[in-house]
Design a binder for this molecule. Structure first.
Ligand code: FAD
Length: 337
């Protein structure tokens, strides 16, 4: 079983910064996130938007902030477990918790920081029978490499920026692209929509509107046909190797609500001086944590990370006198022993 001092649930900006604060106190961290990339809301919802209220950064995009945070915590060598949700949290002793993820990974941690924001992010999955069996081979909710789709017949479903931008980006790489949307009008940026429509007029992309996904045909591993249906229940078959559904992200606090934590609506109640929850050894920070006059801002979450790390140090080493040191005095490790 994997062992760590601190398990951080959530790799949003606040969870990431908690690794720095723990690292400065010589506490090791494993970080788990349901998304397959780090960054939480900054990466998933607004990577290119400028943020203006991060101290010391007059203007930084969500993506840049996360890249900087990653660089800042790299020296502490956190272990990431991405693309998996923490489903269970079981106490084995006062200073031992076992976390179990949706991929069956088990992590034994001496304390837990919950930095789960507004919940675990995951793709909105279209309700198609047996879709799970094609996921990862023929059905993808995000694209990391265009090369994978070379010479493939692709159905892209959705009407927003992701669907339209990827249809344009994959044109010329894929063998055939069909874009399925339930309306003739798309919700993408106007210039992207006009580009899509001119590619359709040139016969380089097939627009299948107004249609919705209806079913999949294949052998359970290899996709052969995507079935689509129109408003008068006419079903049409599109030959396809790949389906790319782009219906946005869902957020789900899910199992966290069942762990016996003191809650206020969808937030975990903490002591703002320590970030402690009602369960000793479990701390909550960032958007998911609440207390009187809480500001859901990244900068508040950063301060809460420091409170949590120092509280954990006191909790795990009650007899050790921790001398507070500035980072300018202590420095940061170039690598961990
Ligand atoms: P999040 O960023 O929400 O990250 C939480 C992570 O936890 C997610 O990646 C999620 O997948 C993961 N997770 C949850 N549950 C589980 C689980 N059970 N297992 C595994 N992983 C789990 N704030 C500012 O300060 N300034 C701004 O200008 C600003 N602009 C914003 C603009 C927009 C459009 C939005 C949407 C938000 C903005 N915010 C801004 C808010 C800011 O993004 C949040 O305060 C911040 O992201 C909170 O960070 P976090 O780490 O607490 O949570």
């Amino acid at each position: 079983m994997l062992q760590t001092d601190v398990a951080v649930i959530g790799a949003g900006p606040v969870g990431l910064f908690s690794v720095f604060e723990c690292g400065m106190l010589n506490l090791t961290c494993h970080v788990i996130d349901s998304l397959d990339c780090i960054g939480g809301q900054c990466s998933a919802l607004y990577p290119e938007k400028p943020i203006y209220d991060i101290p010391g950064h007059p203007c930084v995009t969500g993506e840049q902030l996360i890249s900087n945070l990653k660089q800042q915590i790299d020296p502490f060598q956190p272990v990431y477990h991405l693309g998996q949700q923490v489903l269970e949290l079981t106490k084995t002793s006062d200073t031992r918790w076992i976390l179990t993820t949706s991929r069956g990974v088990k992590i034994s941690a001496r304390s837990v920081i919950i930095a789960a924001g507004v919940g675990a992010f995951g793709p909105n999955r279209p309700p198609l029978k047996d879709i799970e069996s094609y996921e990862g081979t023929c059905v993808f909710y995000a694209i990391h490499s265009k090369e994978k789709f070379k010479n493939k017949s692709i159905v892209i479903a959705g009407g927003g920026d992701s669907a339209v931008d990827w249809a344009i980006a994959l044109e010329g790489i894929a063998k055939k692209i069909s874009v399925v949307h339930r309306r003739a009008k798309f919700r993408a940026a106007p210039e992207s929509e006009s580009r899509l429509k001119s590619l359709a007029q040139a016969g380089r992309i097939d627009l299948v509107t107004p249609y919705q996904l209806h079913g999949l045909q294949g052998d359970g591993q290899n996709l052969r046909i995507v079935e689509v249906i129109d408003l008068s229940n006419q079903v049409k078959h599109i030959e396809a190797d790949i389906l790319l559904p782009f219906f946005g992200l869902s957020m789900n606090l899910g199992p966290i609500m069942q762990w016996g934590l003191s809650l206020d609506k969808n937030n975990i109640v903490v002591d703002p001086l320590t970030a402690e929850t009602n369960i000793p050894g479990i701390y909550a920070i960032g958007d998911i944590a609440t207390y009187e006059n809480k500001l859901k801002l990244i900068l508040s979450g950063f301060a809460e990370s420091a409170q949590a790390a120092h509280s954990i140090k006191r909790y795990l080493y009650p007899h050790e006198i921790v001398h507070f040191e500035y980072s300018t005095t202590k420095g940061v490790p170039t690598s961990r022993a």
